[in-house]
Write a protein that binds this ligand. Structure first.
Ligand code: PRP
Length: 201
C-alpha cells in the first residue's frame, strides 16, 4: 500500500504563477523526493540484485522515472511504451498504443512503471500485452494510486501515494499536455477543465 497523505495544517502555498490554475498542493516536492527514495529501497529488496528491464509508460512517468532510477542500485535496462488513455476531458477514453517496446523482455524481470493507477484500464491492457512477450515476472510500480474510479481488478505492487479523488497535475502528470513541469503534485482547479471541455463541445 502507498503512503497515506497526512492532513498537514501547514499547507504549502501554490507558487503565484500557478494560483489561477492549481487549487492546492497535494504532495510537495520534498514529500515526493522522500517517498520516491523509499520506494526505490522497497523495489531493490524485491529484485534481490537481479537485472531488471524497466518499462516506463510515456509520457506521465518522465519525472518520477528519472528520480526513481537514480536511487535504484541494481543493474537495469530501460525502455518505453507509448500509451494514451485520456481523451480531451478528465475521463479515461479509448486506449491507443503510440510506441512499442524495443527490448526483448523474454525471460527477464520487468518493472512496469506508470505515474497513476486510476480506472486500471491502462495497466491491465499493458500487462496483458507484456505477458505475451513471456517475461520471467512483471512487477508494477505507480507513483499515485487513485482507487475511487477503479473499473479493473488490479493493484500495483509498489505504490508511492494513495490519493483521494482529485484531478491531479504536476510531477509529470498533465491536463491536455500541460502542467507536467510542476515540481509538486497539485489539484487542478475544476474551472480549468470545465472551460476546456466547453471549448471542445
Ligand atoms: C494516464 C496515466 C496512466 C493512465 C491511468 O495516461 O499516465 O497511464 O492515464 O488511467 P487509467 O488507470 O484510467 O487507465 P494518459 O493517457 O493521460 O497519458 P500520459 O501518460 O501521456 O499523460
Amino acid at each position: 500500500m502507498g503512503a497515506q497523505l497526512k492532513n498537514s495544517k501547514l499547507k504549502a502555498p501554490v507558487p503565484p504563477r500557478w494560483r489561477q490554475e492549481v487549487e492546492r498542493i497535494l504532495i510537495t516536492d520534498a514529500q515526493l523526493a522522500r517517498r520516491v527514495k523509499s520506494l526505490a529501497r522497497e523495489i531493490e529488496k524485491d529484485f534481490l540484485g537481479r537485472e531488471m528491464v524497466v518499462v516506463s509508460l510515456l509520457s506521465g512517468t518522465v519525472m518520477f522515472l528519472a528520480d526513481l532510477i537514480r536511487h535504484l542500485n541494481l543493474p537495469m535496462r530501460m525502455d518505453f511504451m507509448g500509451v494514451s488513455s485520456y481523451g480531451l476531458g478528465t475521463e479515461s477514453g479509448d486506449l491507443v498504443f503510440t510506441k512499442e517496446l524495443r527490448l526483448d523482455v523474454k525471460g527477464r524481470d520487468v518493472l512496469l512503471v506508470d505515474d497513476i493507477l486510476d480506472t486500471g484500464k491502462t495497466m491491465t491492457r499493458v500487462l496483458a500485452k507484456l505477458q505475451l512477450l513471456e517475461p520471467r515476472r512483471i512487477k508494477t510500480c505507480v507513483l499515485l494510486d487513485k482507487p475511487a474510479h477503479r473499473q479493473f481488478d488490479i493493484e500495483a505492487d509498489f505504490v508511492g501515494f494513495e490519493i483521494p479523488d482529485f484531478f491531479v497535475v504536476g510531477y509529470g502528470l498533465d491536463f491536455a499536455e500541460r502542467y507536467r513541469n510542476l515540481p509538486f503534485v497539485g489539484v487542478l482547479h475544476p474551472h480549468v477543465y470545465k472551460e476546456a471541455i466547453k471549448r471542445v463541445l
